[in-house]
Design a binder for this molecule. Structure first.
Ligand code: C2O
Ligand code: CU
Ligand code: CU
Length: 514
């Protein structure tokens, strides 16, 4: 049996069950006749409102109701903040590099939870490790986090073991934007403003019942494929469109889905249009990269620019997700291998805008590694494993044998022996992607250099797509200033894989070995 056959066999043998459901927003040839809704764009309060914390504040996870489908109330879970006389739900938190970030988390959702600040470098007692989860009715006051990360689009969501998929799916997820001087320059050059020309696009797939309530039924035995929703929402808007002017816009894409990756193109009719990748999880790239297609997996953030001066007033562009082969499951393509529209742009107005895409955005120093650590991803009896191990929930601080010294520069090698992609994520440190080998076609097609990397593999990352059968090398500089041993997580960001135990602890000593 060769490797490809093995991959196919592995999945069929697992007896995966899936519902025959599919994406309802699919727009096949263009005019699908679906009712389109204006994209929800946040302002300075309410859902996703931009919130600029200066002092310690309270954030309460609690049930709340939103009208997502017209005329129906959906029970969700949201992070609620009352501050400055305003109420925010899942605020987009805007921070300045160097400032302190102080949060009191209050859990009122009826089960254990804790917030993880995905992408931040923070002492592990503020990182949302599952050992810090608190029961409903309880609170956790995060020790002060000094923001040392670069400008970029970050992510926050719950991290209690075994319940992350359920809680994120029910709504607990939003963005953090960090600003610094690189960001100030970009903002000035391109005349960008939050909620007007700098727009969050939080992409999630959800399934609703006839009453508008969320249905959560991960696919397959033990949720092998994770949860794939029937309807794709952007900022919780079904079938969204956005009116734009002929000028440059910046979009901050966050894949907040539990399991679904998106293979995104920008179409005018069937013509592919260009756009630019300017940033990923750890902030701005050194320079913009022009592309015509990107992959974005759960947990990843990709900042893009679109120049609507490439088209005319009256034109319609569609952000569209194509079929892909990131999940090798033979004939079971009903829900997975579909193409569908994500967002429609209607170019409604000309403008006298004269901004140009800058040549440089930031400076990134490459990491030179001095040691290696391999993590092999396998599937055993319907459970995904990392070096043969699964998370031990009865001992959340278990030692999995990954002990590093402060200051170690480690080449991590992910080897995927499964028929499914895994977006691998590290807490504690951002990393750089070195190379990809044995990549599936959909990744190989996007390679922009001889190391097999995609445009979205450049810069500082915290989550990396590892395709079925693929080997991916990354470089991590494990230097920290937290004054004690750190316990961080390494896990798959398909939330059902993570909940089923595709996660390990790794430790980094307090002091440098040197
Ligand atoms: Cu966004 Cu440990 O995850
Ligand atoms: Cu994280
Ligand atoms: Cu996975």
């Amino acid at each position: 049996m060769n490797r490809r056959d093995f991959l196919k066999y592995a999945f069929m043998g697992a007896g995966v069950i899936y519902s025959g459901a599919w994406i309802t927003a699919c727009g096949g040839g263009g005019s699908s006749g679906v009712q389109k809704n204006p994209l929800y764009i946040p302002s300075d309060s309410g859902l996703l409102g931009y919130f600029y914390p200066q002092n310690r504040f309270d954030m309460t996870a609690q049930p709340s109701y939103f009208e997502i489908l017209p005329g129906k109330q959906t029970r969700m879970l949201t992070y609620t903040v009352s501050a400055n006389g305003k109420t925010y739900y899942n605020p987009i938190i805007v921070l300045r590099s160097g400032q302190n970030f102080d949060v009191n988390f209050q859990n009122n959702i009826g089960e254990k939870s804790i917030i993880h600040w995905h992408g931040f470098r923070a002492d592990w007692e503020s990182d949302g490790h599952p050992s810090y989860a608190v029961g409903s009715g309880n609170s956790y006051n995060y020790p002060t986090i000094n923001i040392i990360d670069r400008s970029g689009t970050y992510f926050y969501h719950p991290h209690p073991h075994g319940k992350t998929g359920y809680q994120v799916y029910h709504g607990l997820a939003s963005m953090i934007i960090i600003e610094d001087t690189d960001e100030d320059n970009l903002k000035t050059t391109l005349d960008l403003q939050y909620g007007i020309t700098d727009i969050p696009l939080i992409i999630q797939d959800k399934t609703f019942d006839a009453n508008g309530n969320l249905v959560y039924n991960p696919l397959g035995m033990n949720g092998i494929m994770g949860f794939w929703g029937e309807q794709v929402l952007v900022n919780l808007t079904p079938n969204p469109y956005m009116n734009v002017e002929r000028r440059i816009y910046r979009f901050r894409l966050l894949n907040g889905s539990n399991a679904r990756p998106y293979r995104l193109v920008l179409l005018r009719g069937s013509q592919r249009m260009r756009f630019w990748v300017i940033g990923v999880e750890g902030g701005l790239l050194e320079a913009p990269v022009q592309v015509s297609e990107i992959l974005i997996a759960p947990g990843e953030r990709i900042d893009i620019l679109i120049d609507f001066r490439d088209v005319n007033v009256g034109d319609v562009l569609r952000l569209y997700s194509l079929q892909h082969n990131l999940v090798g499951m033979g004939g079971m393509s009903g829900l997975i291998n579909r193409e569908f529209e994500v967002l429609e742009f209607r170019v409604t107005q000309d403008s006298n805008y004269n901004g140009n895409i800058p040549q440089t955005l930031s400076t990134i120093n490459p990491i030179s590694t001095t040691q290696q650590q391999t993590f092999t991803l396998d599937m055993n009896n319907g459970v995904f494993t990392i070096n043969g191990q699964v998370w031990n929930d009865s001992d959340p601080l278990a030692d999995y044998g990954y002990n590093f010294n402060n200051g170690d520069k480690v080449e991590i090698i992910f080897v995927n022996n499964t028929p499914m992609y895994h977006p691998m994520h590290l807490h504690g440190f951002q990393f750089q992607i070195i190379s990809r080998t044995n990549s599936p076609q959909v990744i190989d097609n996007l390679a922009i250099d001889t190391n097999g990397r995609m445009a979205t593999d450049l810069g500082w990352k915290d989550t990396v797509i590892v395709g079925p059968g693929e080997t991916v090398k990354i470089a991590v500089d494990m230097t920290h200033n937290f004054g004690r041993e750190q316990v961080y997580l390494l896990h798959c960001h398909i939330l059902e894989h993570h909940d089923a135990g595709m996660m390990v602890n790794y430790r980094v000593s307090a002091l440098s070995a040197l």
